[in-house]
Design a protein around this ligand. Structure first.
Ligand code: MG
Length: 288
């Protein structure tokens, strides 16, 4: 019987002490198989996968259920910033009109997202900006879906899932991980499928969270060769959770596709994943 890298990783995560590892080495083959089988069963209960490709440069599978969760940020440090748009900013949502700057992904006219109490509430399909953007500073505030905090079935990837898609290609995950966990590379403020955040900086469910983002688009030469990868810095609720982190390619589910040349500027997308996640006070400043 063979066991994958994920189970070995889980083992060394759970038992980092060399003495424990040495003890396992003294097991008979039957005992050792039973031991790892137990670990495998334990890992099946965690959301995620162990049969996906390894993420380049890491020991982890895409959405690895055994990848350690980042530490929770000190609650005292968490503060949703509500910075007003500075002069020269493009206001993507002013609390009133979602259709002013956004349109539906499916070609429908206008947007299906509802405006409620100064927030855009995700409905029916994804949306993207009418304007295109390259390198930007972006601010937004978001909060988890109404009623989900009282519904125990809403957990993991199903707990207020959305996402900001830079150039409609590179996702910064939006998810409520205040109470429920998911695979580390798919949690709040993860580069989805690639890199977990440095901290879980979620405010309690239904409280507003802020993202203050510095985004640098990838650069390609004429032949489509990547000259520099996409990069992102994210401060969530005042805590740095991505620090000039690199995207290894476009965002996807269960795979890491390679970079593919695209325009220097493209719209920003907001994901509809079936959950009425709310956004407010969203603006960008374009970098020269
Ligand atoms: Mg998402």
């Amino acid at each position: 019987m063979e066991f994958g890298q994920g189970h070995k990783t889980l083992f060394f995560t759970l038992f980092p002490e060399p003495s424990v590892c040495q003890a396992v080495r003294t097991f008979t083959p039957t005992m050792r198989n039973l031991f790892f089988l137990t670990l495998a069963a334990a890992s099946l209960s965690a959301e995620g996968y162990l049969d996906t490709p390894l993420i380049p440069g890491t020991q982890w599978h895409v959405h690895d259920s055994t990848r350690p969760q980042p530490p929770r940020a000190d609650k005292e440090k968490l503060k949703c910033t509500t910075t007003a748009a500075p002069a020269g900013a493009v206001v993507l949502f002013d609390g009133k009109d979602a259709a002013a700057e956004w349109e539906a992904d499916n070609g429908a006219k206008g947007v299906t997202w509802e405006v409620k109490e100064g927030a855009m509430v995700a409905r029916k399909n994804g949306i993207h900006t009418k304007k295109s953007f390259g390198d930007i500073t972006l601010h937004t505030e978001w909060r988890s879906a109404e009623g989900y905090d009282k519904n125990e079935k809403k957990k993991g990837q199903g707990n207020s899932n959305s996402g900001i898609f830079f150039l409609r290609t590179y996702e910064l995950q939006v998810l409520d991980c205040a109470k429920t966990e998911t695979y580390a590379d798919g949690m709040t403020a993860a580069i989805y499928g690639q890199l977990p955040p440095l901290f879980n900086a979620c405010n309690p469910s239904r409280e507003w969270n802020s993202y203050d983002i510095e985004w640098t688009a990838p650069r390609f030469d004429q032949d489509g060769k990547v000259l520099s990868k996409a990069r992102i810095t994210v401060v969530m609720n005042g805590v740095k959770v991505q620090d000039n982190s690199e995207y290894i390619g476009p965002s996807s589910h269960k795979v890491n596709p390679p970079y593919k040349k695209h325009a220097d500027k493209l719209p920003i997308g907001l994901q509809f994943h079936g959950d009425p996640v709310e956004f407010r006070n969203m603006w960008v400043v374009e970098k020269k």
